[in-house]
Design a protein around this ligand. Structure first.
Ligand code: ACO
Length: 333
């Protein structure tokens, strides 16, 4: 008997605090404009955590998980494990997954964090699917959560305007029968030679935190935007084609594509290459910007709420991020 991995519920949390493009010029005094940001990235507004109110990655992840579990009529006590994708954990350790496990009261659950930047959710979903298919796990929470506002350089106008904060969650369960929400296939790639183009240098074992590393501004995101843009367009486009070809599908078979939301121009180029009209692409970059690991689960959760999917529709996810890491996934909703 073939055991299948099925997404049975989803949930998301976006912070209340909304930050429009005008904030960067009006409040921070950056030489930028709403017109530049919208035309070059597609972002209109984003959400940032309220740190004074105690919000950070684990609190957002916990709320997304609570909403996901509630929609399935379950509690934390019902899950075997909690896998969190993030590059902005509350701390190096304990992991964000441990904080979420405690907050949910998920007494019987194990958990850990994975780090693959914007590809983190897709890679972790693949890991969860394999665990469920093998029978190792019965029911897992897979969470993508990032507080990008905690690591961006608010003086680097080309980088700080594209990011936002948020968290999304899928409940992944095993099924012995064909079922709606089945995770059908994953393609994943890594090219560490691209590491220099998008990185946060300090705070790890190579450059432990010192007054000097802080003074040198090494604890923030550094991105060579043009290089990352070029690789994102080519590699996300290639990996979607690879996924479709190996499943004997054409672009027309896909009802909805959910690409990583780093730049609307990247999304449009993927759509053009596959011959998808924009009504077959889920776009949330306008209101939430690039929430890194949270992007794919929050966008799917939103698309479902909007009635963009019917049971049985084929969905393709595509992602590209720091590492470089990239991949695509196929799901039957
Ligand atoms: N406002 C006004 N002008 C700006 C701004 C701004 N916010 N930012 C840059 N500019 C200027 C630059 O200074 C430059 O001016 P110059 O020509 O006088 O030198 C000009 O605009 C063009 O700059 P570029 O950096 O080439 O701008 P680009 O059009 O490439 O946009 C961006 C920058 C948005 C970062 C784009 O390169 C991009 O989206 N890159 C990919 C991001 C991505 O996919 N990241 C991966 C996922 S993130 C993760 O994994 C964590």
């Amino acid at each position: 008997m073939t055991r299948r991995a099925v997404v049975t519920a989803t949930g998301r949390y976006l912070p209340e605090r909304e930050v429009p493009n005008s904030w960067f010029s009006d409040e921070l005094g950056l030489e930028t404009s709403d017109a530049w940001i919208q035309s070059r990235t597609g972002v209109q507004t984003r959400r940032f955590v309220d740190r004074e109110a105690g919000e950070a990655t684990a609190s957002m992840a916990t709320e997304a998980a609570r909403r996901c579990l509630a929609s399935a009529g379950l509690t934390g006590a019902d899950v075997d494990g909690i896998l969190v994708a993030t590059v902005t954990p509350d701390h190096f350790f304990p992991s964000t997954a441990c904080l979420v496990q405690d907050a949910l009261g998920a007494k019987g659950a194990y958990g850990w964090d994975t780090s693959a930047a914007c590809s983190g959710f897709l890679f972790t979903l693949a890991q969860a699917a394999a665990m469920v298919r093998s029978g190792m796990a019965r029911r897992l929470l897979v969470i993508g959560a990032d507080t990008m506002s905690s690591i961006i350089d608010f003086e680097d106008r080309a980088t700080c305007v594209i990011f936002g904060d948020g968290a999304g969650c899928f409940l992944v369960e095993g099924s012995d029968e064909p079922a709606d929400g089945e995770l059908l296939d994953f393609v994943m790639h890594t090219d560490g030679a691209g590491g220099d183009s998008l990185k946060m240098v300090a705070g790890g074992s190579r450059h432990p935190t010192t007054a000097q590393t802080v003074a040198a501004n090494l604890h923030v995101v550094h991105q060579d935007g043009r290089t990352v843009f070029k690789h994102a367009v080519g590699r996300m486009g290639d990996v979607v084609t690879e996924l479709l070809e190996r499943n004997g599908l054409s672009s027309d078979d896909v009802k909805l594509a959910i690409p990583h939301q780093a730049n609307l121009r990247i999304i449009q180029s993927i759509a053009k290459r596959q011959g998808w009209s924009m009504d077959r692409i889920a776009v949330t970059i306008d209101r939430w910007a690039n929430t890194t690991a949270a992007t794919l689960p929050t966008t799917l959760d939103w698309a479902v709420e909007e009635g963009r999917l019917e049971r049985g529709d084929l969905v393709v996810f595509a992602t590209f991020g720091a590492g470089f890491t990239w991949g695509a996934a196929l799901m039957r909703w």
